[in-house]
Ligand binder design. Structure first.
Ligand SMILES: Nc1ncnc2c1ncn2[C@@H]1O[C@H](COP(=O)(O)OP(=O)(O)OP(=O)(O)O)[C@@H](O)[C@H]1O
Ligand SMILES: [Mg+2]
Length: 503
C-alpha cells in the first residue's frame, strides 16, 4: 500500500502586520488518521487551520491534497477539494431545522437539485454510517450544543468532506458529549476520513489521536506518534519548560463570611427558573467551588451575584451589606471582582484596544486620570505592566482585542480583575480555551488570592479544575445546590451528584 498523505503543508508562512503567526510550517497528515495539533495560546494553530480552509491566504508556501498542489482561495474552494471545517462558534441558522441547515448553501455541491427527499435520504445514510443520530426535523436552536455540533459535522460530510478540521471542539461540550464526539471521530477515521483536531486538553489528545503535532510561537516544533509520547512530554514540548500539571496548595484558613447568598431565585431571559431557592456562604481565605454540568443554573447564579441579572427573589450580602440587584459598578466599589465565563459577551469589548479592555469598568479609578480626563499614558503603562506579568501575547497594548487569540483574551480579563486586588473574586470558567502553561499561571494567581484572605467563588464545568482548586465543593443540578462534598471526593460520587442522583 502506498501511503499518500491526505494533506501536506510545505513552508506555509503567514504574517499579520508585525505578528509572525505561521513560520515556514511543513506538516504531513496521513489519510485515515486523527491528527492532533496542540500549542500555547497564540501559537498559530487557528491561523494554520484557517489557511487550510481558505479563510486566510498564506503569504507563501504550498498546500497539497492527496498529493496534488491546490489553491484554496476561499471556503468554497476548500470544500471542493474535500476539506470541511466544524466551527467552534457554530455557523448554523438557529431557527431552521437540521435538514434545512444541511441543504442550505450546498446547492453547488454533490446533491445539486435533488430536493428535500434526496437530502433526507442522504442525511439518514450519513447518520447510519457514522453513528450521528439527530432528528432531521428538529429546530437547531432547540438542540443541546452537543447535537448542534453533530449537525455541523453532518453538514461537512454532506458537502463531501474527506478531511475534517475541528478547532477546540470540546470547549462547549459536557464530558459525556465529548466522549460521544470521540467515538464519532474514531468511526470517521475507520471509514477512511482524515481528522485534524485542535485542543488544549492533553488527555483528549492521548485518548483519541494517532499522531500529534506541537506548535510553539508560530513554528511547528515536533510531530510524534501518540502511542510513543506522554502528557508530560507534550506539555514540555508545548511550553518549552516543565509544567506543573497539578495544583499545589496548603490547607485553607477560612475567615469571615464575605459573600452570602440567601434563598436566591433567578430566571433566565426566557423566564425559566434557572436558580431555585439557593443559599450558601463564601468565606475569606477559602475557595468555594461550584461543580455541575453546564446549563444547571451556574451561569445565572454568577450573573445575579455580579449584578448583571436581576434575581426574582432572595438576597445577596456582600461583606454583610445587602446588595441584591446592585449594579456592577457599585459591586466593584464594594470590592467584588468578576471574571465572567463568557469573555466575548461580558468580559471584553472586542473592537477596543487591549489597553482599553485592560481597565474596562474601572475607568473612574484615579489611577487612570483625575476628573473627566483619562490619562492615556497611565492607562497604557498599566496595561503594559499587566501584559508583562501575565505574559499576554503579542505584548502590544494598542492591538485590537479581537486580534488576540482566545487564551490571551482570557488572560486580559483575568489580569484586569485579579490585579484590582478585590476582597471577593467570583470566577466562571477561568481557563476555558486556555493553554496548560497559562492554566498553571491562572490557578496559581487564584490560590494566591485565597492565601491573601480573599473570598473566592469558582464555577467550572471542568471537574479537575474544581477538585484541584476548591476547598469545598457545592454541586448544582437543575437550579438547586444538591449537596456539598470535599474536593477529594471520588469522581464517581461527584458525577452522580452532578447527574442529580443523590450520593
Ligand atoms: N486577523 C488577525 N490580525 C492580527 N493578528 C492576528 C489575527 N489573527 C491572529 N492573529 C495573531 O496571530 C497569532 C496566532 O493566533 P492564532 O489564533 O492562530 O493562535 P492559536 O494557536 O489558535 O491560539 P489559541 O490557543 O489561543 O486559540 C496570535 O498572536 C494572534 O494574536
Ligand atoms: Mg485558536
Amino acid at each position: 500500500m502506498v501511503d499518500v498523505a491526505a494533506i501536506e503543508l510545505l513552508g506555509i508562512d503567514k504574517r499579520f502586520g508585525s505578528v509572525h503567526a505561521n513560520k515556514n510550517i511543513s506538516l504531513s497528515v496521513a489519510k485515515g488518521s486523527i491528527h492532533g495539533i496542540i500549542g500555547e495560546n497564540g501559537a498559530g494553530k487557528s491561523t494554520l487551520m484557517s489557511i487550510l480552509y481558505g479563510f486566510y491566504q498564506a503569504d507563501s508556501g504550498e498546500i497539497r491534497v492527496s498529493g496534488k498542489p491546490v489553491s484554496i482561495r476561499d471556503s468554497q474552494a476548500a470544500i471542493a477539494v474535500g476539506i470541511g471545517m466544524v466551527h467552534q462558534h457554530f455557523m448554523l441558522v438557529e431557527n431552521f431545522t437540521v435538514l434545512e441547515n444541511l441543504m442550505l448553501g450546498a446547492e453547488g455541491g454533490a446533491f445539486l437539485g435533488r430536493g428535500a427527499d434526496a437530502a433526507r435520504n442522504e442525511l439518514k445514510r450519513l447518520e447510519a454510517e457514522y453513528g450521528l443520530d439527530v432528528d432531521p426535523d428538529a429546530v437547531v436552536e432547540e438542540l443541546p450544543v452537543g447535537l448542534q455540533q453533530r449537525v455541523e459535522i453532518l453538514k461537512a460530510l454532506y458537502r463531501g468532506a474527506e478531511i475534517l478540521i475541528l478547532d477546540e471542539p470540546t470547549g462547549v461540550l459536557t464530558p459525556s458529549e465529548a466522549d460521544h464526539l470521540f467515538k464519532i471521530l474514531e468511526q470517521l477515521r475507520d471509514q477512511g476520513k482524515t481528522v485534524l483536531f485542535i485542543t488544549h486538553k492533553l488527555r483528549e489528545i492521548m485518548a483519541v489521536t494517532d499522531t500529534v503535532s506541537v506548535m510553539r510561537r508560530g513554528e511547528m516544533v515536533a510531530t510524534v506518534k501518540t502511542k510513543e509520547t506522554s502528557v508530560e512530554e507534550l506539555a514540555e514540548l508545548m511550553v518549552g519548560r516543565r509544567v506543573l500539571l497539578r495544583v499545589e496548595k496548603q490547607a485553607a484558613n477560612p475567615g469571615d463570611v464575605l459573600l452570602s447568598v440567601k434563598n436566591l431565585t433567578v430566571k433566565d431571559g426566557r423566564g425559566v427558573v434557572m436558580v431555585d431557592n439557593v443559599s450558601f456562604d463564601v468565606r475569606a481565605g477559602e475557595i468555594t467551588g461550584i461543580a455541575g454540568v453546564a446549563g444547571n443554573g451556574q451561569s445565572e447564579l454568577l450573573e445575579a451575584i455580579a449584578g448583571i441579572r436581576k434575581p426574582v427573589s432572595g438576597e445577596i450580602y456582600v461583606n454583610g451589606e445587602l446588595l441584591t440587584a446592585a449594579n456592577p459598578a457599585k459591586l466593584r466599589d464594594m470590592g467584588l471582582a468578576h471574571i465572567p465565563e463568557d469573555r466575548h459577551h461580558m468580559g471584553l469589548v472586542l473592537p477596543f484596544e487591549e489597553n482599553e479592555n485592560s481597565m474596562l469598568g474601572y475607568h473612574h479609578d484615579p489611577l487612570y486620570g483625575a476628573g473627566p480626563f483619562l490619562d492615556l499614558e497611565a492607562i497604557r503603562k498599566d496595561a503594559a505592566d499587566k501584559i508583562e506579568k501575565y505574559d499576554i501575547r503579542p505584548p502590544d497594548p494598542r492591538l485590537k482585542t479581537a486580534n488576540f487569540s482566545g487564551g490571551n483574551q482570557q488572560k486580559i480579563v483575568c489580569a484586569r480583575e485579579i490585579e484590582r486586588d478585590p476582597k471577593i473574586l467570583i470566577i466562571g470558567q477561568p481557563t476555558r480555551g486556555v493553554d496548560i502553561g497559562a492554566i498553571e499561571f491562572i490557578h496559581r494567581r487564584i490560590i494566591e488570592m485565597r492565601d491573601a484572605g480573599k473570598a473566592v467563588l469558582l464555577v467550572s464545568v471542568e471537574l479537575d479544575e474544581i477538585r484541584g482548586l476548591s476547598d469545598r465543593v457545592l454541586v448544582m443540578f437543575a437550579g438547586h445546590v444538591v449537596g456539598e462534598t470535599a474536593p477529594d471526593a471520588d469522581e464517581k460520587t461527584l458525577g452522580l451528584m452532578m447527574a442529580g442522583i443523590a450520593a
